[in-house]
Design a protein around this ligand. Structure first.
Ligand code: BTN
Length: 267
């Protein structure tokens, strides 16, 4: 798959970016995140990229599987974050913002659902899984894994989930080129990461909020670490935590979880 890697490097060059690290493209592997983590342990340089047409053990957030159909984008990028702790905690939001901007560029009305799901018409279009490895000096590397339904909604998804999922092809009514989408994701990722490193988390959080689903002031439910919390979504703080107002009016930060908007009448 050397030709695909070369074409992606060429597409990045056409966007004014000489990609600084190896790009590897596989027909099939277990998970691009897992392969890139091995590369990271073997001292791979920052911005190394692994892509695959199919993953046999694609992983999503919260230990879920990510069904990887050919025709979709499965990509992981290695970052070695030289970031203070407050900025490092915003990396997942920065990655989600980059994917959202890349998909908007492809003509999709993309929106972010906290922390980094990308939706179109309230259906899931892309997901991001950031996995960090810590050493004595804090986070030594982070693998940013991005899955985008470019051409298809995977046929293996359970019907209820398939109804809440979409693809670029379905949103734009035409075919989309995986490598063009990959180039857009990588280019935006490097811009968002630079903004995080140079300007700090506030710039990224502000950008993230501009593209977020407008749920602020609405009732939401958050599944977080085995608990289900409900309250009113009040925004996102400087660390990227979701601010949830409880029934007593206290606003608490939620650091991780899965959020959904409650419908009218739901408690
Ligand atoms: C989610 O929404 O739960 C995150 C999904 C992330 C999926 C991508 S596909 C490429 C990379 N490799 C993986 O195993 N997972 C991520």
């Amino acid at each position: 798959m050397e030709r695909a890697s070369e074409r992606l490097a060429e597409l990045l060059r056409a966007r004014g970016r000489e990609w600084p690290a190896p790009i590897e493209f596989f027909e099939e592997l277990s998970s691009t995140n897992d392969v890139l983590k091995i590369r990271a342990r073997d001292a791979a340089p920052e911005w190394s990229v692994v892509l695959a047409e199919r993953q046999t053990q694609g992983r999503g957030r919260h230990g879920r599987a990510w069904i990887s159909a050919p025709g979709n984008l499965h990509l992981s990028v290695l970052i070695r974050p030289a970031l203070p702790a407050d900025a490092a905690s915003v990396l997942p939001l920065a990655a989600g913002l980059a994917v959202c901007l890349a998909l908007s560029e492809r003509g999709v009305a993309a929106e972010l659902k906290w922390p980094n799901d990308v939706l179109a018409r309230e259906r899931k279009l892309a997901g991001v899984l950031v996995e960090g490895a810590s050493g004595v000096r804090g986070i030594e590397s982070a693998v940013v894994g991005v899955g985008v339904n470019v051409g298809v909604v995977p046929a293996e998804l359970p019907p209820q989930e398939a109804e809440r999922t979409t693809s670029i092809a379905a949103e734009t009514g035409g075919p989309a080129d995986i490598l063009v989408v990959a180039a857009a994701v990588l280019a935006h990722l490097s811009v968002c990461y630079d903004a995080l490193a140079r300007e700090g988390p506030a710039t990224v959080v502000q950008g993230w909020l501009r593209h977020a689903v407008p749920w602020w002031g609405r009732g939401v439910e958050v599944r977080s670490e085995g608990r289900t919390l409900s309250g009113i979504a009040r925004g996102v703080d400087a660390r990227g935590a979701l601010l949830l107002e409880d029934a007593a009016g206290r606003v608490c930060p939620v650091l991780s979880g899965e959020v959904r908007a409650l419908r009218l009448g739901e408690p």
